[in-house]
Design a protein around this ligand. Structure first.
Ligand code: PMP
Length: 434
């Protein structure tokens, strides 16, 4: 298509005049993969249509929230009804209690929860609460894990133990991240050394249990077990960032997956987002009652939000939670995701492409590497020109995956066996055309 008739291109040029980079969140800009971002016109079920009217099978699902697919009738009805009743009140509603109860019932480690509007806000608030509760300054995070863009968490550079983080973004003074200790994911020796050196000063260890921000890397069971033990031993809080994995890999989140393998396992706090809002701006953080009661207005840790617990967002979240709690939901979703991953692996094998992939529930990841990587350094060894060719090859064939190598993918309940077969066939055609 020439630039004159490509509506995506026209919109992108117009967007760039008034919006930095033409987008309101950087990865949407296709900077890593090149080309013109697709401007979405509408979406339904497993598909969206771009500004040229081209249909795509959607494996982003708004980066995770759309677990039911787009425009699920029960969710739409709940949102429409709530909108008629009022957009926002700045005073409490019964629906907030219902959503809090629904979250606590499904995630037993969460005894109390506070609703916010984004994952960034939830992680930032959980961090402040952990520091307020323990009275300690330092935090542990892992290279390759993303917890939103709060200053103290915007660090991933600098492995090595005593090395405190260097800010990843301009505008974050080094003093602001001086208490952020960045360790290698799945490295037990580093973890032990960090606690040995700084244990009494560590407020919390924050982790993506299945790291979706380096595509798909699981925390190994032994590593997770040591995280739990060392936090308990040193009086630090174990904070699970389940913004991506919560209600996505299982109804009880990734923590329920670890609890099956580590008897009695539970984090002290959990950060949630994405699926609990069903596509509306809604996120949450919660945990043990004793910790949560340190929050204002009960306790000394301040946190607030004009739109927190928004009535339309909570209606959307509740309707979504109701649907995903139906018997067999995760079995079907998991099987469908597994069939995609197995299909892609088989297609790559037939075409002699080095490929590895993994999934849990409705979340998946793949690498153009023969073995699944265990940490960020290994993920970085991926062949990015090959990924970019795969991305554009799929896009040309009507399949939309994340426009960056470091991002997980998402299957929804609306994806059919036919959609998955088409996706695998498209991938095989791209592999074959190398
Ligand atoms: N934590 C994790 C694990 C995430 O994946 C994200 C966003 N992708 C966030 C936090 C931040 O959430 P938000 O974009 O809603 O601020």
């Amino acid at each position: 298509m020439t630039p004159n008739t490509d509506r995506n291109q026209q919109l992108f040029e117009r967007a760039r005049q008034r919006i930095p980079g033409g987008v309101n969140s950087p990865v949407r800009a296709f900077r890593a993969v090149g080309g013109t971002p697709r401007f979405v016109q509408r979406a339904q079920g497993a598909y969206f249509w771009d500004a040229n009217g081209q249909r795509y099978i959607d494996y982003i699902g708004s980066w995770g929230p759309m677990i039911l697919g787009h425009g699920h009738p029960a969710v739409l009805e709940a949102v429409q009804k709530a909108a008629v009743e009022g957009f926002s009140f700045g005073a409490p509603t019964e629906r907030e209690i219902e959503l809090a109860e629904a979250i606590c019932e499904r995630v037993p480690s969460v005894e109390m929860v506070r609703l916010v509007s984004s994952g960034t806000e939830a992680a930032m608030s959980a961090l402040r609460l952990a520091r307020g509760f323990t009275g300690r300054p330092k935090i542990i995070k892992f290279e390759g894990c993303y917890h939103g863009h709060a200053d103290a968490l915007l660090v991933k550079a600098g492995s090595g133990l005593a090395t405190f983080g260097n800010p990843t973004s301009a505008g974050v003074p080094p003093e602001v991240v001086q208490h952020t200790l960045v360790l290698e994911y799945n490295n037990v020796a580093q973890l032990e050394e960090a606690f040995a050196l700084h244990g009494k000063d560590i407020a919390c260890l924050m982790i993506e249990p299945i790291a979706g921000n380096m595509n798909f890397v699981r925390a190994q069971v032994d590593f997770m077990k040591r995280c739990r033990e060392l936090c308990t031993q040193h009086g630090a809080l174990l904070v699970f960032d389940e913004v991506m994995t919560g209600f996505r890999v299982a109804l009880g989140g990734a923590q329920s997956v670890y609890a099956k393998q580590i008897p009695g396992f539970a984090p002290d706090m959990t950060v949630m987002g994405k699926v609990i809002g069903g596509g509306m701006p809604l996120a949450a953080f919660g945990g043990a009652r004793a910790v949560m009661e340190q929050l204002a207005p009960l306790g000394p840790v301040y946190q607030a939000g004009t739109l927190s617990g928004n009535p339309v967002a909570t209606a959307c979240g509740l309707a979504t939670l109701k649907e995903i709690s139906k018997p067999g939901f995760y079995e079907t979703l998991g099987a469908s995701t597994r069939s995609l991953v197995d299909g892609l692996k088989a297609a790559a094998a037939r075409q002699g492409v080095g490929f590895s992939a993994d999934c849990e529930g409705g979340m998946f990841g793949f690498f153009l590497l023969p073995e699944l990587p265990q940490n960020y350094g290994a993920v970085m060894k991926s062949d990015s020109p090959a990924f970019n060719r795969l991305f554009h090859g799929l896009l040309d064939r009507g399949v939309y995956i994340a426009p960056a190598l470091y991002e997980a993918g998402f299957v929804s309940a609306a994806h059919t066996a036919q959609d998955i077969a088409e996706t695998v066939a498209a991938a095989e055609a791209v592999f074959a055309a190398r």
